[in-house]
Write a protein that binds this ligand. Structure first.
Ligand code: 5RP
Length: 227
């Protein structure tokens, strides 16, 4: 089975947890989009009356709008019943690296407001230790690019400014992203705290203690992993 099919199977499976009347966080990325589309089709078929959704990016908002999914904001609905989102790495504790799609700030805000965060992924994202295959994206206000870069380098990271063509990639909040590759991340909580301590850092892609479920698509089938 090709990876695109696995992503679709994972994204769609998670929608089984969505019920009428729920407030739903809509994740961002090539796996989460399959959940958005399935919710959209079910909404159009009248199978999910009363739902409202909070998109984690402008791209996801546009996708949801194509189906007419009713959108809301955390200011109107501060408690989210369920969020379905992808990940770049998942460790055995369900701690994650997210943000290769550039939406980590809104994704983390929505995840933190959610009773349940269901991660949808193909098997390639499973790691024994965070940092094994993905950099940690750090969202930074452009004014602070140089001091934050120097600080992250002092922590041992190899730091790359994320680009969009020849220009810096800008997030939905008009911030830049520094992708930080660490040789290893033995203590993600410590690293998260240390990164956060630097002024100019808006958020980082270490999602610790937020995911409650993982829907993992493998060539042998789709698994539901629960904490
Ligand atoms: C976006 C994210 C995505 O969820 C993550 O990058 C996974 O994306 P994909 O499903 O396309 O591999 O964190 O900011």
């Amino acid at each position: 089975m090709d990876v695109e099919t696995l992503k679709r199977l994972a994204g769609e499976k998670a929608v089984e947890f969505v019920k009428p009347g729920m407030v739903i966080g809509l994740g961002t990325g090539s796996t989460a989009v399959h959940a958005v589309r399935k919710i959209g089709r079910m909404w159009q078929a009248g199978e999910l009356p009363g739902i409202v959704a909070i998109p984690t990016s402008e791209v996801t908002a546009r996708e949801a709008e194509k189906f007419g999914i009713p959108l809301t904001t955390l200011n109107e609905q501060p408690k989210v019943d369920i969020t379905i989102d992808g990940a770049d790495e998942i460790d055995p504790h369900f701690d994650l690296i997210k943000g290769l799609g550039g939406a980590l700030l809104r994704e983390k805000i929505v995840a933190a407001a959610s009773r349940r965060m269901v991660v949808v992924s193909d098997y390639r994202k499973q790691v024994t230790q965070l940092g094994a295959r993905a950099p940690v994206p750090v969202e930074v206000i452009p004014f602070a690019q140089r001091p934050v870069t120097d600080y992250l380098k002092s922590l041992g990271a190899c730091v790359a400014l994320r680009l969009d063509g020849a220009r810096p990639f800008l997030t939905d909040e008009q911030n830049i992203i520094l992708d930080c590759t660490f040789e290893s991340i033995p203590d993600p909580a410590q690293l998260a705290q240390t990164i956060r301590a630097q002024p100019g850092v808006v958020e980082h892609g270490l999602f610790l203690g937020l995911a409650t479920d993982v829907i993992l698509a493998t060539p042998d089938g789709v698994e539901w992993l629960k904490k």
